[in-house]
Design a binder for this molecule. Structure first.
Ligand SMILES: [Zn+2]
Length: 265
């Protein structure tokens, strides 16, 4: 739910993001192949703002939304899980709507019945006066990877909910942006400086991908799975579970911040 729309988000928060997760391998062709026959759920595309310019642009650059969304769903799954035999929360239906509204995009629904909206106003602003199709496609895919992660990710256990627990929230939103980072969904200058692993979104997401690149190539998938294996879930418990008891989350964050040059030492 990275990109919240006010009216939508209240209902979404109430409905809760019941999924969660992580997964950190590169979604290369070999991995993705294992998911080609996986049932990602029924994808229903609905254009609720056909008169808008954003809708017309979207329809032109993405002529087959169902196929496009299904392809991104498989990329997300390959990033979060080793194989379809893993504990993947079943998704029965993804209803994807274009809406003339503020905000960018958000995921709602639960129990495998997922709603995702994408703002035609955001489409228009991404396209811009420059009529930059490449920029819009890049943004559309990145946002979609984030929201689809919410559909398939695992969720922390024993610590409350998305709306009541900051750690739960940081896990959910950090993982969604980690999947986006891992699949080239941000521009080269997309990484925020400083902050904390508890900040969620990109700040957490880039850190999780750094852990994958520097500590364990399977880190993202293991981190997702830790939602079921570390109960009650915590960032520190998860890194100890995955990397070993000699690690702790604050020291890893410090090491990361030094490594990327955000702090001196
Ligand atoms: Zn999100």
């Amino acid at each position: 739910m990275k990109y919240t729309l006010k009216a939508f988000s209240a209902a979404l928060l109430a409905a809760a993001i019941l999924g969660s997760c992580t997964g950190a391998r590169h979604a290369d062709g070999r991995v993705a192949k294992a998911w080609q026959k996986y049932d990602v759920g029924d994808i229903l595309f609905e254009d609720k703002a056909p008169a808008t310019e954003g809708s017309k642009i979207y329809r032109r650059i993405i002529p087959d939304p169902e196929a496009y969304i299904g392809e991104q769903a498989r990329t997300v799954l390959a990033t979060l899980y080793d194989s379809p035999e893993d504990n993947v929360p079943p998704v029965y239906r993804i209803r994807y709507t274009l809406e003339d509204t503020d905000g960018i995009s958000a995921k709602g629904g639960s129990n495998g019945d997922i709603d995702i909206f994408y703002s035609t106003r955001h489409i228009e602003s991404s396209y811009g006066r420059e009529r930059d199709t490449a920029r819009l496609m890049f943004e559309t895919r990145g946002v979609l990877l984030h929201e689809l992660t919410h559909a398939y990710q695992l969720e922390p256990q024993g610590i409350g909910t998305y709306g009541t627990n900051r750690t739960f929230w940081a896990f959910i939103e950090g993982m969604a942006d980690a999947v986006r980072v891992a699949n080239g969904g941000f521009r080269p200058d997309g990484r925020p400086r400083g902050g904390s692993y508890m900040d969620g979104y990109r700040t957490t997401g880039y850190f999780l991908v750094w852990l994958r690149d520097n500590k364990d190539p399977e880190f993202l998938r293991k981190f997702n799975r830790s939602a079921l294996e570390v109960v009650p879930w915590s960032f520190d418990g998860a890194v100890k579970h995955i990397l070993g008891g000699q690690y702790d989350i604050d020291s890893l964050w410090h090491e990361y911040q030094v490594a990327v040059g955000d702090i001196a030492e």
